[in-house]
Ligand binder design. Structure first.
Ligand code: HEC
Length: 116
């Protein structure tokens, strides 16, 4: 039997709970992949945003526009500040990357620079 209310609610997330049949009412929602949620993958952020300009052996990148991060070995605070504000020929990533992504890439670079 079809319920008109369920059809009317199509498109809303609630439709899953409202019309799902009730067998899995306790299921937790799965976070969208790479959706800029609470956690971020620093390696992925680096590859997608920084690798073109920076060399970092751990990420397999050989960019030549900015300084070689394996040589520079910046601490997390420097990476964070530079990524948020930009500087020299480097663009600011504030507004493009979430705070979580900036933090993740800062940790990733500071932990991996000069290590491989
Ligand atoms: C368009 C090229 C470009 C991109 C993309 C880029 N950078 Fe840079 N980056 C530079 C340049 C050029 C400099 C040198 C800036 C200067 O001379 O002050 C630099 C400097 C840096 C420094 C050193 C800052 C200092 O004070 O010594 C860090 C750390 C850094 N970038 C990290 C990153 C990270 C992390 C990303 C990705 C989120 C990124 N960069 C993306 C070009 C880029």
């Amino acid at each position: 039997m079809k319920t008109p209310a369920c059809i009317a609610a199509l498109g809303a997330a609630l439709v899953l709970a409202a019309c799902g049949g009730g067998s899995d009412s306790e299921s937790t929602p799965t976070p969208a992949q790479g959706g800029g949620g609470g956690t971020a993958d620093g390696a992925q952020v680096f590859t997608q945003n920084c690798a073109n300009c920076h060399t970092l052996a751990a990420a397999g990148s050989k960019g030549q526009v900015g300084p070689n991060l394996d040589d520079l070995r910046p601490g997390p605070d420097l990476v964070k500040t530079q990524t948020e504000n930009g500087g020299g020929a480097m663009p600011s990533f504030k507004g493009k990357l979430s705070d979580a992504e900036i933090q993740a890439v800062a940790d990733y670079v500071s932990e991996n620079a000069g290590k491989s």
